[in-house]
Design a binder for this molecule. Sequence first.
Ligand code: MCA
Ligand code: AMP
Length: 502
Amino acid sequence: MTANIYALFAEEAAKAGAKPLIVERGRTRLTYAHLDTIVGQWAQALVGLGGKPGDRIVVQVEKSVENVLLYLASLRAGLVYVPLNTAYTPAELEYFIDDAEPAIVVCDPARQEAIAPLSGDAKLVTLDAEGHGSLAEHEAMASTVPFETVERAPDDLAAILYTSGTTGLSKGAMLSHDNLASNALVLKDYWHWQTDDVLIHALPIYHVHGLFVALHLALLGGSTIRFHSGFDADAILADMPDATVLMGVPTFYVRLADHDGLTREVSANMRLFISGSAPLLESTFADFETKTGHRILERYGMTEAGMITSNPYDGERIPGTVGFPLPGVAARVADESGAEVERGTPGVLEIKGPNLFQGYWKKPDKTAEEMRADGYFITGDIATMDAEGRVAIVGRAKDLIIAGGLNIYPKEIELVLDAVPGVTESAVIGVAHPDLGEAVVAIVVREDDALEENAILSAISDQLARFKQPRRILFAGSLPRNAMGKVQKAKLRDQHSGLFAA
Ligand code: MCA
Ligand code: AMP
């Protein structure tokens, strides 16, 4: 039997029959009955472009139903799917394309000219937000020949997702078919996924949360997706009476809780609100419960391992905690040597399980740095575990900012800022922000007082995706350092903690 995860989806599709799979703005865009044929045509198009099993396909396109088909076709054809945030600039893309060495690159037609010089020997094809472009027009889209799903072994790669590093350089996390399938099957059970579930899907589909967790669960459940191109509180509330599940980052819940339209009545049909990717504030949890009667289920994960812990479905969901390690996942809170600390004591969370990735693409040294000899992965998150095994994430050992659920590594921003003429040095920190959770702030030491915030922001604008650019640049005469010469970021964070106070 093949380990290709697509085969699991096809099996469920055969049971679901004529049921809608994707509904967008009230219109059925895809039914389960048509899924296999259409994905087969897309897979044939990818093969027609020269894609062979194991080849990487780099995809930077707007969210669309066709983007979902492209993802499923890549799996089915045995390609390794490499999705990229649509906000990345061509300067950022160059690194990813170079590193992934893809056979096929898919981009928005508006970007074709900028990306062509970066794509080397790869076939470059296009797909726009409406699902049009040279890929969608490939002759295979009219094929009536059934496509045979490519055989894959459990450890064969299904996807590479780039995640930034503390050195400022992105690393590609290699995820196998079995990594993805095992995690999805566990979650389906854990969250009591049901065939009559209707999922509101408003997350981007270039990260684990929207691409794997949300899509895989709906497909495995044979459920219907209410598809949204992005987060729009009005549109989500309009879908809510007909839906049962929402997955979102905490910013979704902050914005919904602030909306007058969020009521017990509108959410009466919902059975599950899931939050993750960043810490959910206890105040958001409480506001949401007061307005709807629903207790948000918070879970914790990361690109390298998918979902790791979850609050229980039936048991108590405790705000400020991320619940228990999922079945099959082993977790320990450890000291610097990897030895487990006493329950209740903070330490770094280390994990192991079938969900754990295959390592960083072409970076065995980086993989080795984050692994213990006994196979545990060092997450870099500071956690506590209580006597029952319930985990709370209480901090980060890694220098990382999470804004609106997107990870931003200060080092990458500092390197770009330091290269701006007139900047002596910089320190980038995350400051509490009412909407995004954290926002990027740069403290800059400048050579000349005439160098202003706007000049720096415009100097970096084509090098960094907008979401990574500092919301504020503050100037200082020098940066506070400890005896070792290391910048004291905690001090800077304290000093500026009220910058965005509501
Ligand atoms: C948009 N902007 C942002 C962000 N998003 N700035 C900082 N952080 C962000 N996350 C900027 C835009 O460039 C724009 O700048 C301005 O904010 C408003 O943009 P807009 O498009 O209107 O924002 P939005 O559509 O309201 O998006 C905010 C959002 C979105 C809904 C929070 O970022 C989002 O969907 N985030 C989810 C990310 C995600 O899926 N994370 C999961 C990672 P300007 O106006 O100046 O041009 S997977 C993961 O972390 C692990 C595995 C896990 O556990 O899940
Ligand atoms: P990513 O690299 O995008 O996969 O982000 C993974 C990181 O997001 C984790 O290492 C955590 O720091 C953070 N994260 C994810 N879920 C949660 C959560 N529920 N609470 C706190 N942090 C979280």
